[in-house]
Ligand binder design. Structure first.
Ligand code: ATP
Ligand code: MG
Length: 409
């Protein structure tokens, strides 16, 4: 037996002439998210989506729909033909578990005006007939149960409860960003918030582990995989910290955190230019740690040519932790992992001058050093249950080849 769901979007409805683009993306994301479920069928109808899966996959489908950005609510529904007797029969069946003497209300909506009764007429008539059949009372403002009845062109949908979706916009509609991911609590939450507004992040992580293979077993890949349950299969770029560490061994300790973050930014900018990312993003939070004072953020950003998005800038740590728990990344973020920031001095200057950071950039030849780190980089394609790794150089060459083809055509 198939189970049918109706899924609704919110903000997309205000998108005017661009609405079809957003709807198309959302439909693709719904399909991607439900990929592999038996009996899957997705179609768009009257500014909503109708999703069918086999009965035994209904619970899984519910869980996955709750993670699709762009949906404001969804419901498992019964579908009946456009005929009053069938509507009544199903209405009675769906309200039969409501205790005698309790109250209910019918909320009817007509998306197709060709149905003979208006929404109000249908709600009233159904209400009367349900009272006669089940002995329930009516309460329009605070009922014990609500029966929703949606009339479409070719069928009528009946359901009792709506599940709230995540809202936001479909992942991908706003474009791609290169997101700096540590193994901490903040950056996964920041990545999630960017997805909520339609960005598709590619993750960039600097690793201290002996080789990229070690990172594959770590919580970093686990975090990317978990974020993928919201945004689909993802790419994680791994860049070694070792070349930087060797080259900057005589850097004064109090300069370390800010200078390293400037270096990270330069690597991210070089990659963005090579791979076409229009913006970079981080999990920075204003004044949370010494490297994130306003002055230090200014010094880290100085000389950047791309915008840096920091969706968590004004959150309190408690708010970030709450969100991490809701997203489901919190427990993974707490797992043991030796991040490169852990070996960098924790007592930096809180007001590092742009000039001092610029001097370090020149002194250590960061442009060239960034290229060397990138040359040793890898790309991991992270999907459910698997992670495949290949040299970053191969991906860069492929992208350059495709870009020159695009120019030639
Ligand atoms: P998080 O919980 O995200 O690690 P944090 O509060 O520990 O954040 P920092 O360690 O100062 O703060 O890092 C600030 C931001 O720099 C992170 O949110 C992340 O975007 C980026 N970042 C930190 N470490 C790395 C890393 N190893 N690779 C890539 N980006 C990193
Ligand atoms: Mg950190």
């Amino acid at each position: 037996m198939p189970s049918l769901f109706v899924a609704h979007y919110g903000e997309i409805g205000t998108k005017g002439a661009n609405r079809p683009v957003f709807e198309h993306s959302l439909e693709r994301n719904i399909r991607d998210s439900l990929r592999g479920l038996p009996g899957l069928h997705v179609r768009r109808a009257h500014q909503r989506f109708l999703v069918t899966v086999d009965d035994d996959a209904a619970a899984e489908a519910r869980g996955r729909l709750a993670k699709v950005f762009g949906l404001v609510w969804f419901a498992q529904v019964d579908s009946v033909p456009l005929a009053y007797p069938q509507i009544l029969e199903t209405a009675v069946e769906k309200l039969s578990d409501v205790e005698k003497g309790s109250t209910f209300r019918v909320s009817a909506r007509r998306s197709d005006k060709s149905f003979a009764m208006s929404s109000q007429e249908l709600a009233r008539k159904l209400g009367e007939d349900v009272i006669a059949a089940l002995g329930l009372g009516v309460d329009l403002s605070e009922p014990d149960a609500t029966l929703f009845v949606d009339i479409l062109r070719d069928q009528v949908l009946l359901y009792r409860c709506r599940t709230r979706g995540l809202g936001g916009l479909p992942v991908g509609v706003s474009g791609r960003v290169l997101h700096l991911l540590s193994g901490g609590i903040d950056s996964p939450v920041a990545g999630w918030l960017l997805m909520k507004r339609g960005c598709r992040p590619t993750y960039l992580h600097f690793y201290l582990a002996p080789g990229p293979q070690n990172v594959l077993q770590s919580k970093v890949v686990e975090l990317v995989r978990h974020l993928g349950t919201y945004g689909g299969d993802s790419e994680l770029i791994l860049v070694p910290f070792a070349p930087y560490q060797l080259a900057t061994s005589d850097l004064p300790q109090e300069f370390e955190p800010v200078v390293f973050r400037r270096f990270v930014r330069m690597v991210a900018e070089a990659l963005s230019s090579d791979l076409g990312y229009p913006a970079i993003s981080t999990g920075d939070n204003l004044a949370q740690v010494a490297s994130q004072t306003l002055q230090n953020i200014v010094s880290i950003d100085s000389g950047s040519s791309l915008p840096t998005f920091r969706p968590l800038l004004a959150f309190d740590k408690e708010e970030i932790v709450d969100l991490a728990k809701r997203i489901g990344s919190y427990e993974t973020s707490l797992k043991e992992y030796k991040d490169c920031c852990s070996i960098i001095s924790r007592h930096p200057r809180t007001r590092m001058k742009v000039r001092d950071v610029d001097d370090a950039v020149r002194h250590f030849g960061f442009k060239e050093l960034a290229r060397r780190c990138i040359a040793d980089g890898s790309v991991v394609k992270v999907a459910p249950g698997q992670a495949t790794i290949r040299p970053l150089q191969d991906v860069l060459e492929e992208y350059a080849g495709e870009a020159s083809e695009r120019v030639t055509n």
